[in-house]
Design a protein around this ligand. Structure first.
Ligand SMILES: [Fe+2]
Length: 191
């Protein structure tokens, strides 16, 4: 079983940026429950998981992706705070970090080891993509609806749907990590 302490070890720097202790605990609780539900028992196995099966991940792990998206979303918020004389909307940093860390948590039940050293889509993943399974995990843990919005609407499921500003930032940071890999594969990333 992957423990609370192990999850805190993976995301310590980001978790420290969540001031609300209850929300911070909730994020860790959802990760522990996602690992349990998805059958991830060893931290090394979790760290080996690629962040996507949709395009070659080229060594970028699920954990690295989660950190990059969370920090990227935070940087977008900081850039606007620094550059705008008046922010047109309020940005909630606690929510931004919590939703960043949880945006792909549904992948813990969407992806599974294939038994031959690789990874594949699970039966659960065929039934519901990770924004849906993640939103279920987050809602069941009693986290705020706004964090549910960030998980449920961070990908194509959220297109054209009402979103909190933190969902917008996580979406943009997420696709800034995903699109270049797709472009590499298609040969459209100029290097
Ligand atoms: Fe993602």
């Amino acid at each position: 079983m992957i423990t609370k302490r192990e999850i805190e070890g993976l995301f310590g720097a980001q978790l420290a940026k969540i001031r609300d202790g209850g929300l911070r605990e909730g994020v860790v609780r959802v990760w522990v429950e996602g690992c349990r539900k998805g059958g991830w028992n060893e931290i090394a196995q979790l760290q080996a998981m690629p962040f996507t099966l949709l395009t070659p991940a080229r060594g970028v792990s699920f954990i690295e992706h989660t950190i990059a998206v969370t920090e990227g979303a935070l940087a977008l918020a900081e850039a606007q705070r620094a550059a705008y004389r008046a922010l047109p909307y309020a940005i909630d940093t606690d929510r931004l970090v919590a939703g960043g860390l949880l945006h792909d948590v549904g992948k813990l039940v969407e992806i599974e080891p294939d038994g031959a050293g690789g990874f594949r889509k699970s039966r659960s993943g065929k039934c519901a993509r990770h924004p849906i399974s993640g939103a279920i995990l987050v809602g069941a843990a009693g986290l705020p609806d706004e964090v549910v919005n960030m998980v449920a609407c961070h990908a194509k499921e959220g297109e054209g749907r009402p979103q909190v500003i933190e969902t917008v930032f996580v979406h943009q940071a997420d696709f800034a990590t995903f699109d270049p890999l797709v472009m590499l594969e298609k040969g459209t990333l100029i290097q």
